[in-house]
Design a protein around this ligand. Sequence first.
Ligand SMILES: Cc1cc2nc3c(=O)[nH]c(=O)nc-3n(C[C@H](O)[C@H](O)[C@H](O)COP(=O)(O)OP(=O)(O)OC[C@H]3O[C@@H](n4cnc5c(N)ncnc54)[C@H](O)[C@@H]3O)c2cc1C
Ligand code: SF4
Length: 420
Amino acid sequence: MKKVIIIGSGAGGATVAKELQGKFQVTLLEAGGFFKPFGISLPFLEHLRSANIFPTEKMIQLVFPPYRISKTKDHMTLVNAAGIGGTTTVACGNALRADAGLKKIDIELDREFSELHHEIPISADHKHLWRDTTRRLYEICAAEGLMPFPIPKAGHYRKCRNCGHCTLGCSYGVKWDASIFVSQAVKKGAVVIDHCAVKKITIKNNRATGVLTNRGLLTGDLVIVAAGGFNTPVILENSGIKTDKTLFVDPVLCVAVKYTDALQNKEISMPFAVQMDGYIISPYFDQLSFFFNKKWKIPGKDILSLLIKLADTEKGTPKNKILTEKDRQKLDQGVNQCKKIFSKLGVDPDDAFLGTLSAGHPGGMLPLTPDEAVSFHNPRLPENVYVADASLFPSSLGNPPMLTIMALAKRISSIILMKH
Ligand SMILES: Cc1cc2nc3c(=O)[nH]c(=O)nc-3n(C[C@H](O)[C@H](O)[C@H](O)COP(=O)(O)OP(=O)(O)OC[C@H]3O[C@@H](n4cnc5c(N)ncnc54)[C@H](O)[C@@H]3O)c2cc1C
Ligand code: SF4
């Protein structure tokens, strides 16, 4: 059986591993370890927060190792996770189809989305979990003609405890994440090597021969890179394959107010959304701002926050990502819209305070073009190397990407099965 090496076990890598194992012998390499949800009591940490012991977001890695945090030059906090299941382990569970950009270049993934809906429990039936304030915000958005909709979630939300820890991992097995696809691949015989970081692909006569890792050299007949939008470009560049300076990250900015007993800190993350022009708005208790932003020094239960998630300009690299003037203007529009929603709730918009600008949906540095709409293979890649993550998106989504990444990864798996 031919040997496939897959780099990264997140949304993209786990999907390809599940699809290919059995027809190929899969070895899945993951830089992180096995994922464990955050284990320290949040009320205890909230208590410590007032003692100012959390000066920078990077400290979160000390208490929660899966998180990977870095800062851009204009102080945006970049977030992703390392470990089996990748960043999906700390996701809010949102499972939305966001393929408008792919459709523009004639990529149609209906079959793949339909398969995913059979393989993953996805439902928007979670209104029973919403706090009163969230219901009120939903009514306000509806009355304003903003057409709010409950976000479809991946998991068994009937069992949800509304603990509000979604972005720190789910201790109750409610939220679906990509480690489930990894387990399915392992049951069929895939081999997973954790704490195995790939440095580069080894290439001879324009064919990959294997990968160089911190554990030595591994050989394979095919290499699939799915290390996420920040890391896939690094591996490709280290291997002599040029990527584009077209990184998008979907920046997130929260607008918050003090609202006694909002209890958003004990509620599923992002229960509903409003789709605006170029961004979404959604209720979101931002743990990063709560622990590390000095303006958020009020009890968690009394913070009410709306997130703006922006489809940013595809420009830059992880090292030099800077938001453009247009991106800043869109964020300002979003802030004003959130303040308007709060004012309808009876809160003085002048009392609103902002969260920390962060971003965790990276991609776009090896974008698919109309020429690759059938092959899904950039000509810069050796014939036996594929990319299977958000690096392939031709444009930013401004929306949760994991379902669309998995649909892409499914298509790539079908192409590989036909061609190799
Ligand atoms: C806090 C947060 C909440 C989110 N919530 C949602 C949500 O609700 N819904 C949604 O759709 N999206 C959400 N996202 C985004 C989503 O999780 C990611 O976009 C998605 O998981 C990306 O999939 P991926 O396969 O490209 O990369 P990842 O899931 O990031 O997986 C990449 C994997 O590759 C590994 N890796 C990296 N470098 C190497 C290397 N050199 N060698 C070996 N392995 C390597 C990493 O450790 C990682 O495990 C959220 C993101 C964050 C940060
Ligand atoms: S709110 Fe529900 S889904 Fe989120 S971590 Fe808690 S139990 Fe899991």
